[in-house]
Design a protein around this ligand. Structure first.
Ligand SMILES: NC(=O)c1ccc[n+]([C@@H]2O[C@H](COP(=O)([O-])OP(=O)(O)OC[C@H]3O[C@@H](n4cnc5c(N)ncnc54)[C@H](O)[C@@H]3O)[C@@H](O)[C@H]2O)c1
Length: 259
């Protein structure tokens, strides 16, 4: 087995109580890393933290809003004083808001943009001084195939995921002199999380799963673990010459669309 060399390293996962974030935190614990879980609700953070600790993980959970730089800074300070320097940041927190350009109220646009884009910026900015002190240094942002795909009701979400990708490319050069690698993952449809929300709202969830599965060459949706594996690989020294790019964890979704 190839070692990921993350044992004893500290990684911060935003949205760590959510579907993809929790799968990532769990994979990190399996790899021997310490994890700082950041998410919005205390109840969800406590639940995630408890279950990761049960697996033997060294975990700190903090409930906060990723847009609040002071709270994010305090959480990073606490985690690094407990577990040592910060080797990685995973920006997985995000929200989905739908509506057409004509109808979406400005508050909803501002909400999705501030969580998905400004939140990613706030956490990355806060993490840099801590990452700079670590021998391993990487940021992985969670974008989406949606960054490339036109959508009527999903226009605000696709905008934010495109911005997350451009932010990734933009800061890769900025942080390279400090030895910090920055990459993104672009999943297709992933079971759980946002997809579960869509299924819960659907009259025919089975048909939705079938439709979504067929969008991918591999004829299924990704599992959160599929995405987590790519994230953990990008964080690890196995990806030490990879920066400023995106890994499509999409079962052939993009190429099937001819993109
Ligand atoms: N599920 C999919 O099909 C899919 C596909 C492509 C990309 N993504 C991306 O993956 C990421 C995770 O999505 P998921 O499917 O795991 O959804 P999820 O809802 O399970 O996880 C998102 C987490 O982010 C947290 N969060 C939201 N706003 C926050 C804030 N202001 N402060 C702190 N935490 C906050 C939520 O509480 C939640 O736990 C998102 O960025 C999403 O855009 C998801």
């Amino acid at each position: 087995m190839i070692a990921l060399d993350l044992a004893g390293q500290l990684v911060c996962v935003t949205g760590g109580a959510g579907s993809i974030g929790f799968a990532t935190a769990s994979r990190l614990v399996d790899a021997g890393a310490s994890v700082l879980v950041l998410d919005r609700s205390k109840e969800q953070v406590d639940q995630a933290t408890e279950s990761l600790r049960k697996k033997g993980g060294r975990v700190l959970g903090v409930a906060l809003d990723i847009r609040q730089s002071e709270s994010v800074g305090q959480a990073l300070e606490k985690a690094t004083s407990e577990f040592g320097s910060l080797a990685g940041l995973v920006n997985a927190a995000g929200i989905l808001r739908t509506g057409s350009l004509r109808d979406m109220p400005e508050e909803l646009w501002e909400e999705i943009y501030s969580v998905n884009v400004t939140g990613t910026y706030v956490c990355s900015k806060a993490a840099v001084p801590y990452l700079a002190q670590s021998p391993q240094r990487a940021i992985v942002n969670v974008s989406s195939v949606s960054a490339f795909i036109g959508s009527d009701e999903g226009f605000a979400y696709t905008t934010t995921k495109g911005a997350v990708l451009s932010f990734t490319y933009g800061i890769a050069g900025d942080l390279a002199p400090q030895g910090i690698r920055v990459n993104a993952v672009c999943p297709g449809w992933v079971s759980g999380g946002f997809t579960q929300q869509a299924m819960d709202a659907s009259d025919n969830p089975e048909a939705l799963v079938e439709m979504a599965s067929k969008l991918h060459y591999l004829e299924r949706m990704a599992t959160p673990q599929d995405v987590a594996d790519a994230i953990v690989w990008l964080l690890s020294p196995l990806a030490s010459f990879i920066t400023g790019t995106a890994v499509f964890v999409d079962g052939g979704y993009m190429v099937k669309r001819g993109l």
